[in-house]
Design a protein around this ligand. Sequence first.
Ligand SMILES: [Zn+2]
Length: 256
Amino acid sequence: MDRVGEEPVLNVDPQQQITLLEVQQHDLEVDRVRHRRATLPEAARVAEIEAAQRSLADSITSVSVEVADLELEQRKADNDVDLVRQRAAKDRQLLDSGSINDAKQLTSLQHELESLARRQSDLEDVELEIMERLEEAQGRQSALLAERDQMVADLAAAVEARDTAMAALAEEEAAAQAARAASAQAVAPELMTLYDKLRADNGGIGAAALHRGRCEGCRIELTPVDLERIRGAAPDEVVRCEECRRILVRTPESGL
Ligand SMILES: [Zn+2]
């Protein structure tokens, strides 16, 4: 096989080249596990609940401010009604005591009592309206607090599911890494170095089988000229795909 640019031709035992394909399979398995870990739905679910919790906390803060404001308004309205009641009670006491004999004064007192009754009725309407708004706000507050409790439980369950899934993936990755290390050990270091570089530069695939005349790395059929050249190459020569430059490993199914 021709020299490619400045790259020297490597000669590595054909069995080691086959083993390199195993290394490649294990590396792809590690990549798949890592990808699954990075895109784990269980982790996305945890993030989703955490975001919902932040948004819910904001809603709880604002409804709590609303409730506190309405409670203050309610106390003020109660107080207003009390003052009017007290004033009316005092007037009535005065009227009932019989101590006022002046007709003008009596009329004036009766007018004031009528006016106080109207005022009390108006203030009680206000009081009632505030109470209704308060109850409505308290209802929303209770619902949000219940939702918060539910979310705490949901988050705990989601975290547990994520951790379980992560632990399983960590085990899978460790197993794939161990298998990779065992296979890589059987391959000449200079071939591993070339493979690692090609793998980094070519989307995770550094070595591919030549299968029925096709490179399994780029999936392009080799030209008859290239196939002829590979047929003529020594069995231990590390050949490369002319299209993708990956290490091309000859197997019994290469179609040579
Ligand atoms: Zn190729």
